[in-house]
Structure formats: C-alpha cells, structure tokens
Design a protein. Structure first.
Lengths: 280, 238, 329
C-alpha cells in the first residue's frame, strides 16, 4: 500500500513539474532561447497570485484570470523589446541577457516584498480525500488537475489553431514558415507570452504547495530544465512523462536528498545523452 | 512593363561584396508558365528568393500587380499572393502532412477557403490524402515536393515561384509533378515561374523563357521561338 | 620543426611589451604597497580589483575564447575556500598548504567534471555547470565534516592582514594576466578561438578539441580557485551560501561583458568598473544586482564588444594583442 501511495504522490507532483517544464521547453524548442529567467517568472507568478488572493480575499485559483493575461503581456513585450534584439547578437549573448533579467527580477522581488517566506493559503490546504483506500491530499489533486488541464489546453492550442500550427512550423523551419506567411518575430513573442502564461499557472501551484522566497527561482528553473532534458523539446506527452518520472524520483528521494539526487540524475543523463534523453 | 503580374527591374542582390544578381530584369505575365534557366551559380535561386522577400536587394525594384514590393518581408509578400516553393521543398518535418498544408493557408487570403483548397490539393495529389496524418519528415522526396507545392497552392496565390522542384527526384516523379503544375496553371489561372536545370524540359513546359548568366538576364522570349544557338550563347556567354 | 619553434618564440616575444607594462605597473603597485605609501582603504579596493581581474580573466578564458559559457565557476571558489578552511581550521596546518590543497582539489574537480561537461554544448554546458555547483552547495549543506550549513572559520596565526594579502593578490593578478596572454599566444589560443568560431572546422583542421578545452578549463579552475581562496582568507569565514553562490558568476559575467569579451584587457577594465560601481551602489542596498543586470543587458545590446573591444576597433590599438604578426603599416 505504501508503494501505491508513493507512486500516487509522485505522479501528482509530476503534473506540476510537467507544467514547470513545458514553458521552458517551448521557448527552447521554438524560439531557440535558453530562458534562465524562467524560474523567476514562476516566482513572479507566485507572488502575484498569493498577494492578489490575500488582498481580495478570494481563492488563489481565481487570481489566474488576472495573472495569466498579465504574464502573457509581459512575456510578449519582453520578447519584442529585449530578447529578439539580443538573439540577433547570437546564442550566448541572448543567454546572458536572460541571466541578467533573472538577477534583476530576483532583487526587484526582494526590494518589493522582502525576504519573508510566502504561501498562498486555501481552505482545503490540509484536507485529504480517501480514494480506493489511499489518502490523497486534496491540494495535490487540485494542483494536479490545474497542471494537467493547462498542459492539455496548450497541446490543443498547438495542434488545432493556426497560431499553434505556426508556432510548431517556426520551430521546425523558420524560413519555410516565413515563406508561408508567418511573421517569425511575432510568433516568438506569442510563444514567449504563452510560456510566461504557463509560468503564471506554475507560480500559482508553487505558491499553493510550498513556501517561496524571492530567491526561489533558481530551484524551479533547474526543475524546469531537468524536465526539458528528460522529456525533450516540443513533445507534450514527453514533457508530461518526464514530469512524472522526476516527481517519482523526488518523492522516493525524500525532502532531504530529493533535489540533490535529481541534480545528479540530470548530470548523469546529460553525460550519456548530451542533448537530452529524447533529443536527436 | 507594369501590366505584367510580376516584374523585376534592374535587381541587384549581394552576399557581402559579391553580387549574386546584378541588374537583372524580367517580367512574368499574369497567365502561363515562365521558365528561368541558367548554369549553376548564375543567380536563379537568389533572384527567386529576393522576389519572395528573403533577401533585401541592393538596387532595383520588384513590382507585383503593379505595386512596389521591394524590401517587404516574406510574410507580407505571401499575403499579396506571391509564393515561393524553395529548393528541396522545406517541409515542416515534425508536423503532419495536413498541418503542413494548412500552414500554407496561414495568410488571410488563404484562410478564407482553406477547407476547399485542402480538398483540391488532395484531389490533385491523392498520395497526400493517404499520408495526411503522417509527419512530413517520413515522406519520400517526391511526396515532400508535393506537400510543398500543395502548401504554396493553399495560400491561394496569383503567382508561384518554383525553385528546382526536380532536384534529386526520379524522372517519372518529375514528369508527374510538372503535369500537376500545368493543371494548376490552367485551371486556377495561377502564373508560374519555375527554375529548372533541364533546359529542354524547361523549354517544352514553358510559354516564356528567361536565361540567366552571371547574375543578369541575358535572353528572354517565347519558349518556342528562341533559337538554340541564342540560348547557348546566353547560357554560356560565348 | 625548426621553423615552427622559431615562430613560436616570435609569438611569445610579441607579447613582451604588453607583459612588460603589466609587470612594470605591478612592480610599482607592489612597491607602493610594501612601502606603506597606500592607505589601508585603497589597499582594500585594489585587493578586490586584483582578485576580480583574476576571476574575470579566468571566466573570459572559457566564455570569451573557448566558447564555453560557464555559469558554475562558483564551484571552484567554494571548494577552494573550504579546502583552506579545512586545512587551517580542522588540521591547523599552514595557510600555503591550504591554498595549494584548494588549487589541486579544483584542478582535480575540473578534470573529473570535464568528462561530463565536455560532452555538452551551449546551453546544456551552461546549465550543467550551474547544476554541478548547486549540487555541490547542497552537498556541503548536509555534510557534517564541513559543519553543514553552519560554515567554517579559517584559523591562521598570526592572521594575515591586508598588508600581507595585498601583495599576494597583486602577484596572483599579474600571474593570471601573464598566463592568459601566453596561453592565448600559443597554439592553444589559436585552436581555442578556432573552436569557438567553428568547432567542426577546427576539428577538421586537426585541433584536438578535448585537449584544448581541458587546458583552458583547468587553467580557469585553478585561477578561480586561487582568487576565491584569497578572498575567503580575507573574509575569515565561509558558508555554503557564500562559497557556492551564483553571485560569483554574475560578477564574472558582468566584468567580462562590460570590459569586452574575448579581450585580455577587458576584464581589467571591467573589474575596476565593477568594484567601484559596487562600492557606490552599497549606499543603495538591494539595488546593486538590478543595476548590474541592467548594465550588462544594455552593454550586450548596444556595446557588444565591451569597453575595451570598442576602444580597440575605434582607436586601432590593442592591449595584450593576440595577433601573431605585426600589423601591416
């Protein structure tokens, strides 16, 4: 029974990890940019949700109506104003620009909100549900639902709309896409906007599940990166699977060694598959 | 000159300091098939790519339907109804054939009648119908070219530029592809400008022919009336 | 054979004027320091500048020349700092042994890591270096031998004052500049830059990618270790947070980008700007990384060659030229 419990917890956690990874995978696979600020964007989302929910006295999930569009606009704006320009200088300068954005955000959060730990409280935060003889935390179920729904929504968007197809086309062959009438820079901005929208949702989940600080971004960046490396770019089922695998590894490793084990796991995977498990 | 559908006037395109195309001029009529021939490195591909907006010309003008499109980005040129099928087809390998085709109708003019266009493409290339769910990367060379041609067709263009679609394909497949292109030209009233290595084939296929040498258009005229010795001297510069 | 040896000498000789200037300035600063002509405060600034020049040169060797953007150089700083703390604190051995142990440990660590890291490129390399440093930090946090998160104190008696540390930092800085200049003027520099610009072409031309990268990575690790070690000797205590923090790499990136990536003079200018700017920003707590980050981004966008790189193209003058032949008149 204990093993089943462990697996259930790992899978539920994995849904969140997949959501953390999917935004990073999109930017890496489509825009060709390694966004080292992704973790900070998640934390920005966490602050926005937590503070809004506290300020308005509503359930944190409702704040998504505000944070998702807000983060989408920030992402698209940043891509237009900053990252598109930086990418013209090459891959390494662009990487360092996102690094710059990450340290700016980290200190800006510290200035604005102090170093205090934050957490988004909910009425069902400590409740458990008994399903088929297993105790499952209600919060974990809710977060899993939000995460998986977001990832599936994104998947539907990418496969079923013109904009989604254009995003995939640009990631396959930017030049051919522009010959089909796609404005590649606009698609980059759209992709970055969507990636940050997923970061907003991931931020909400992080805020509801754990406590966070202005400096927590690095840890979520690394989680996102691990998911990308294991799951490969541009494959949503791969990302979901990678999230679950990583979630299981975390649950098995426990609170103390979970992260350390996953870092080592990442290095080992990269040693044998330098471009990720599913990379070419 | 401006009653032509596409007219290129004194176009010069440089890679760094090297002029790949130098003051080339040609004009494509609103109907019929035009062919552009020339030796390797004569600047045919660069000329087509410049017309599609992939290169910014150093000098010269490009007019399409009487409007100046010089220096416009590729997506804007597609929107006006001028499409390029690039060398090798350049499909989106990880996307399905159908998604590849639908990408062709991305610009507003194609999007209106996307469903009908899709049906017509499938009627034109039944092989694609069978493979519609397969990723384009898994197709044979000929099928990939079909997908690329279909994709251009989906944009509901006034004019399609083909860059050596026969490259690397078997003669039977090439024959088949050109037959379909002529069908499109006849039924849809879409003007065609194609670059072809095989001079004889180009002359047979086309109504008008242009010869390029070292970046300039050295000869042009109705395909049936050009004299072989003129073509030879325009082609080789002797 | 003979010809190549002769031309090798010529390359090395070509570096002499620049190195002469550096060593001359170094000797003057050393004399000033030892003669007591510098106020202690000025010495502290210069001490920091020397160490940051060393760190910048070490990062530049990887990022600017070898095309290996590392975000995990703090690994070597932390390791070296802890090595000194363990040798002097736990075993009560002399400082020089600690510094030596730190440098050797880092060289060994870099050698072992190279088997993992050199299989990766671009962003994978960057993030993997960062992950390695983070993993090490977490390990030190839970390692009893180094007092877990509680940190360690250096025990050196008599404890070196800034008057003793200043010349050490100065010598290290001159050593770093000399090393980097000579390394880059050797065949290695040529192969590194060829590799940065086109790895496949370089390999096709017979460059041993692994060996060239390894030399650069080892040199960078050892220089970083020495500078980091001296820094923590001056500090007195080390924690996993302070030793392995990403801020170290932030400062290196800033210094190299501001000064000019891929120039030897760049980190010198960058380090001076960095130390002075940080000192100035200390009056505005919390803003320093915001300003540093913003300046880095602006420089990347609008002055991609950095201060020194831009000056070199504008004034057609190169400090520490890597050119192997005299410029035609």
């Amino acid at each position: 029974m204990e093993i089943v419990q462990l697996v259930v917890n790992g899978v539920l956690l994995g849904g969140m990890y997949a959501l953390l990874g999917v935004g990073m995978a999109m930017i890496f696979g489509i825009v060709g940019l390694t966004n080292l600020a992704h973790g900070e964007f998640v934390i920005v989302g966490a602050y926005a949700s937590t503070l809004l929910a506290q300020g308005m006295g509503v359930d944190p999930i409702l704040t998504l109506c505000v944070t998702v569009p807000m983060m989408f606009l920030i992402g698209a704006g940043l891509q237009y104003a900053l990252f598109n320009r930086a990418m013209r200088r090459g891959a390494e300068p662009a990487l360092l620009v996102t690094f710059g954005v990450s340290i700016i955000l980290q200190d800006a959060l510290l200035l604005l909100f102090s170093a205090d730990a934050r957490h988004a409280e909910t009425a069902y935060g400590l409740a458990t549900v008994r399903i088929a003889g297993i105790d499952v935390s209600a919060l974990n179920l809710v977060l899993f639902g939000i995460s998986v729904c977001s990832v599936l929504l994104l998947s539907l968007f990418l496969s079923g709309t013109y904009a989604g197809r254009a995003i995939r086309a640009v990631s396959d062959d930017g030049r051919a896409a522009s010959l089909s009438g796609v404005n590649v820079r606009r698609i980059y901005a759209l992709a970055m906007g969507i990636a940050l929208a997923t970061a907003a949702v991931a931020g909400l989940c992080v805020g509801m599940k754990w406590t966070f600080y202005p400096s927590s971004g690095g840890r979520y960046l690394l989680i996102a990166f691990i998911v990308v490396v294991i799951g490969g770019m541009g494959s949503i089922p791969g990302t979901l699977l990678a999230g679950m695998v990583f979630g299981l590894a975390q649950v098995i490793g426990g609170a103390n060694y979970g992260l350390l084990i996953s870092y080592l796991l990442l290095l080992i995977v990269l040693t044998f598959r330098p471009k990720g498990l599913l990379g070419k | 000159m401006h009653d032509a559908l596409l007219s290129i006037e004194g176009l010069t395109v440089c890679y760094g300091d090297f002029p790949a195309v130098s003051s080339a001029s040609l004009s494509v009529a609103a109907e019929g098939v035009s062919a552009l021939i020339g030796a390797n490195g004569a600047g045919k591909t660069t000329l087509l790519e410049a017309a599609a907006g992939l290169h910014r010309p150093k000098a010269g003008k490009i007019f399409f339907q009487g409007e100046d499109i010089t220096g416009l980005p590729p997506e804007e040129i597609v929107r006006r109804g001028l499409c390029l099928v690039p060398q090798g087809g350049r499909c989106f390998p990880r996307m399905s054939v159908e998604d590849n085709l639908l990408m062709g109708s991305y610009s507003p003019r194609g999007r209106k009648n996307a469903r009908q266009s899709l049906e017509r493409v499938y009627a034109l290339f039944p092989a694609l119908m069978q493979k519609r769910k397969a990723p384009a990367g898994s197709l044979s060379g000929g099928q990939r070219q079909m997908t690329a041609i279909g994709r251009a067709f989906m944009a509901d263009p006034k004019c399609i530029l083909f860059d050596e679609i026969s490259l690397g394909l078997a003669p039977v497949v090439i024959h088949d592809l050109y037959e379909r292109i002529q069908t499109v030209n006849a039924e849809e009233k879409t003007a065609i400008l194609l670059v072809e290595q095989d001079t004889e084939k180009a002359l047979v296929l086309s109504d008008t022919c242009f010869v390029m040498l070292k970046g300039s258009v050295t000869l042009s005229g109705p395909s049936g009336k050009l004299r072989p010795e003129d073509i030879r001297s325009a082609y080789f510069g002797i | 054979m003979k010809k190549s040896a002769a031309s090798k000498d010529a390359w090395a000789l070509g570096a002499l004027p620049s190195l002469g200037i550096v060593l001359g300035i170094g000797a003057c600063l050393l004399a000033l320091g030892l003669g007591g002509a510098l106020p202690a405060n000025g010495m502290r600034y210069l001490f920091q500048i020397f160490l940051y020049i060393t760190l910048g040169e070490a990062w530049n060797l990887l990022g600017g020349y070898a095309g290996l953007t590392s975000l995990g150089q703090q690994l070597f700083i932390g390791l070296s700092g802890y090595a000194i703390a363990v040798v002097t604190g736990t075993y009560r051995l002399p400082l020089w042994l600690g510094v030596l142990a730190g440098a050797l440990l880092c060289a060994l660590g870099a050698y072992l890591l190279s088997f993992v890291l050199f299989r990766m490129h671009g962003m994978y390399f960057a993030v993997a270096t960062w992950v390695a440093a983070e993993a090490m930090s977490m390990f030190f946090f839970s390692w009893k031998y180094v007092n877990q998160g509680g940190g360690m104190t250096m025990r050196i008696s008599p404890y070196p004052t800034i008057h003793q540390l200043y010349p050490l930092a100065l010598i290290l800085c001159c050593l770093a500049l000399t090393c980097v200049t000579l390394l880059l003027r050797s065949r290695l520099g040529l192969s590194l830059m060829a590799m940065r610009d086109d790895p496949e072409a370089a390999a096709a031309a017979g460059v041993n990618l692994r060996k060239s990268r390894l030399i650069a990575y080892l040199a960078s690790a050892v220089l970083t270790a020495l500078a980091g070690g001296l820094f923590f000797v001056n500090q007195g205590t080390i924690y996993p947070d302070s030793g392995f923090q990403i801020t170290w790499t932030v400062s290196m990136v800033f210094i190299v980008i501001i000064g000019g990536s891929g120039t030897v003079g760049g980190p010198v200018v960058g380090a001076v700007v960095y130390v002075l700017l940080r000192e100035y920003l200390a009056a505005y707590p919390g803003w320093s990384n915001i300003i540093l980050g913003a300046v880095t981004i602006l420089v990347i966008l609008f002055l991609p060659a950095g201060i020194v790189g831009t000056m070199q193209t504008r004034m057609k003058f190169e400090l520490f030229s890597q050119r192997r032949h005299p410029k035609p008149e």
